[in-house]
Design a binder for this molecule. Structure first.
Ligand code: ADP
Length: 492
């Protein structure tokens, strides 16, 4: 199941966009609110101003005529309505709600609900309400009482269409929403690009660090473009750390190589001398007639010394090989290698080793399925790892067991399998046996002359050939080590 990873880049972009979004929404709400308040106030003020004007005119007439009906019949003219409120109409009602006068632009339209202003008017108060006509055109109806000499005659009602204000506000809100959405999309893109640019050096650092780990090439360093930036400082610190690690590794490799070298010479001398002593003991025993017991003890001791020096010598050789491999000092002799022929040679060698180690017919060494296969590699190194595997199989398989060597081709890979019916490896140990000096049973390995370095060498050589080594094993039933090597295409 894919795991959703919240990268810093994504997080930065989201934060950036969210903050900008919040600011824009706040700004839009504020702009819209102020504009709406302003337009509505203006609209009301206009209505009030016009109502005032008409009330003034009517008051003068009423003072003279004392009757609304007379004013109507004398053809009262409403003052010209200004441009902004064009479309606004007016009507005059008496205190019972009867309509006395209507401006022409009201046409045939009766003002919906106009009587709702009456309670206010009768108390001498103005009144405002919003309504719609039959065509759903929205209106504001402002009613101002017509009071002359403390007598409330009725009211002047200004009927002001407000669709222009609504349209303006709708349009503004559409623009604001669209603008906010567009700005957010733009901000997200720009934010992602900026975050990408800012974090690109970190990606490069991760990439290089990963490739250093993969290739184990401690000589590589990160490119530093800007030493003063945070990322530049990180890269510089990382490079310093690599310097130190590289020095440490070099010192360690040199130490192992030097120590191995230094130990090899005295060890060879010891081995030579032990052999000489063994021969002397045998011949002296014959001539001097030492007691059989003393001779047996001496031979046993010398045998042990020889076993240990052999083991030490093997370990030193293996250590030296690994140290050289680590420092890149090993040059492989590349050539096409016929693996089937090599397998046959290893098979014969294994038979001899098994006889030497376990005695004649103690183990059965078998040749299983064998394809023809060609790989590009170093024949002697390949022989060495195959022998390491068969040597282990022989070592860890009790008498009466079977060791089988097989070779097969599988989708551009050559598979060399060494199977045994031996003690097997517990699943907990299987991943670690390729580590240096890792042994599942130290005492047993030591007794069998093991150094714990054999499989590390196998793995190194397999990887140097762009191959790999895998293991399948069941405790007390046996193990199969498989060496995978890339097939050399176009064999002759
Ligand atoms: P060693 O010199 O001890 O054999 P290796 O590196 O060759 O060292 O192997 C590491 C360990 O893996 C061994 O000590 C042993 O415990 C285990 N091992 C390797 N091959 C086999 C095998 N064929 N059967 C059982 N155990 C094995």
């Amino acid at each position: 199941m894919p795991i959703f990873v919240m990268t810093i880049r994504l997080r930065l972009t989201l934060w950036y966009t969210a903050l900008l979004g919040a600011t824009l929404i706040l700004f839009s709400v504020l702009v819209y609110g102020l504009l709406a308040a302003n337009l509505w106030t203006q609209m009301r003020q206009n209505a009030v101003r016009q109502a005032d004007e008409i009330v003034d005119l009517l008051t003068q007439q009423l003072l003279r005529t004392q009757q609304l009906i007379v004013i109507r019949d004398s053809g009262f003219g409403f003052p010209e309505l200004d441009l902004f409120t064009s479309g606004a109409g007016a009507q005059v009602i008496n205190n019972d709600g009867a309509v006395y006068l209507r401006s022409e632009n009201l046409g045939g339209m009766s003002v919906p609900d106009y009587r709702q202003a009456l309670p206010n008017i009768r108390r001498g108060l103005d009144h405002i309400y919003y309504t719609e006509n039959a065509e759903h055109v929205p209106f504001l109806v402002y009613s101002e009482p017509l009071v002359v000499n403390k007598y409330i005659w009725g009211a002047v009602q200004i009927v002001q269409p407000i669709d222009s204000v609504r349209n303006t506000l709708n349009q503004v809100s559409r623009y604001l929403i669209l603008g906010t959405a567009l700005s957010l999309v733009l901000a997200a893109i720009v934010g992602a690009l900026l975050a990408h640019r800012a974090l690109a050096p970190i990606g490069a650092i991760t990439e290089t660090a990963g490739s250093i780990t993969r290739t184990r090439d401690l000589g590589r360093r990160l490119q530093i473009s800007d030493q003063s930036s945070e990322v530049g400082l990180l890269a510089a610190t990382f490079n310093d750390m690599l310097d130190r690690i590289q020095k440490l590794f070099e010192t360690q490799d040199r130490l192992i190589a030097d120590v191995s070298h230094e130990l090899r010479t005295p060890l060879t001398t010891i081995q030579g001398n032990v052999e000489l002593l063994e021969r002397m003991v045998t011949s002296n025993a014959v001539t001097n007639g030492h007691s059989q017991q003393a001779q047996g003890l001496l031979q046993e001791t010398l045998g042990e010394v020889q076993h240990e020096t052999d083991r030490m010598s093997k370990m030193i050789n293996d250590l030296l090989l690994l140290a050289q491999a680590d420092s890149g000092a090993i040059q492989l002799q590349w050539a096409p290698v016929e693996m089937d022929t090599l397998l046959l040679e290893v098979y014969r060698q294994t038979k001899r080793i098994a006889e030497l180690r376990k005695g004649v017919n103690a183990l059965e060494i078998r040749l299983g399925h064998e394809d023809q296969a060609l790989v590009w590699g170093d024949r002697e190194r390949l022989r060495q790892i195959m022998l390491n595997l068969t040597d282990n199989a022989v070592k860890y398989t009790p008498e009466g067991g079977v060791v089988t060597l097989a070779l097969s081709n599988e989708e551009h890979w050559v598979k060399i399998a060494v199977s045994d019916t031996g003690i097997g490896i517990h699943p907990d140990h299987q991943a670690q046996i390729f580590e240096r000096f890792y042994r599942t049973d130290k005492a047993r390995s030591r007794e069998l002359g093991g150094s714990g370095l054999g499989l590390s060498i196998v793995q190194w050589i397999a990887q140097a050939h762009n191959g790999r080594i895998t293991v399948e094993s069941v405790p007390q039933q046996g193990s199969t080590f498989t060496l995978w090597l890339p097939e050399l295409e176009g064999r002759p």
